[in-house]
Design a protein around this ligand. Structure first.
Ligand code: CDP
Ligand code: CDP
Length: 218
């Protein structure tokens, strides 16, 4: 598949993926794509329609009925479900508690991975998630795994005022059969436990520059 440059950012919950990816994309002039928001949007829809997230056949049926669309807004990609942007509802405690179960389902992943690949057909991007460097764009040479200790990540999420059992979600994400969270063998792992957001962005940016990536104006 021919696609534009993809910077893949994977890592566990609350490691800083979204903040880092957004800042990096803005510095590079690339589109920012949050794939977690896609899994969250499917979860939001299932909960809203009263579909049991543990019932694979029911969720599969839901996936066949629903219309999904990625739209560009201010340098970021938003994910619409049946024309609607779930916005803040994506990070509700209910979605946090159910999303990792939805993410185990093969049909959900197949459909979302296809949409994710399509994102790179028209522009370069920074894409964050759990399987970007391993499954969605395994061929990209620009892969980072941002990490932080479990304590630091729990504190970061609590600092956002969000209710989220990050350890429980990580355990499910790392042990599922379909596309588990893994450090790709060719990914650069960065332990951000003692790094500020800006330090992480600077570090990845300088590694990308060393690898030949330039912002559009440079
Ligand atoms: O922001 P945070 O790291 O807490 O989560 P997220 O990136 O919004 O992802 C929410 C959930 O979606 C994860 O815990 C995974 O279960 C799932 N996910 C996935 O399976 N694959 C991805 N590429 C992205 C997210
Ligand atoms: O996307 P992910 O769940 O991996 O993390 P995030 O939502 O980007 O970051 C969670 C919180 O940690 C945010 O409030 C970030 O500002 C903060 N953060 C931090 O304090 N230090 C870092 N090096 C990275 C993120």
């Amino acid at each position: 598949m021919q696609h534009h440059t993809v910077i893949a950012i994977d890592g566990p919950a609350a490691s800083g993926k979204s903040s880092v990816s957004k800042a990096l994309a803005s510095r590079l002039g690339y589109l920012y794509v949050n794939t977690g928001a896609m899994y969250r949007a499917v979860t939001w829809l299932a909960l809203r329609l009263g579909v049991d997230v543990g019932d694979a056949a029911a969720v599969e049926h839901l996936m066949q009925q629903a219309a999904f669309e990625c739209v560009k807004r201010d340098g970021s990609s938003s994910f619409l479900v049946n024309g609607e942007d779930p916005a803040d509802a994506l990070v509700s405690p209910e979605v946090n508690a159910a999303v990792s179960q939805i993410a185990t389902l093969q049909e959900v992943r197949r459909r979302l991975v296809s949409l994710q690949r399509d994102c790179a057909l028209n522009q370069p991007l920074v894409m964050e998630g759990r399987d970007i460097g391993t499954v969605v764009f395994p061929e990209t040479p620009y892969k980072f795994y941002v990490d932080a200790s479990a304590e630091v990540r729990a504190a970061r999420r609590a600092g956002q005022g969000l209710e989220d059992s990050v350890n429980q979600r990580d355990a499910m994400d790392k042990t599922r059969k379909e596309s588990p969270l893994l450090i790709a063998s060719d990914a650069q792992r960065i332990d951000t436990s003692h790094m500020s957001l800006n330090e992480v962005v600077d570090e990845i940016f300088s590694r990308l520059q060393a690898a030949g990536i330039r912002p559009p104006s440079a």
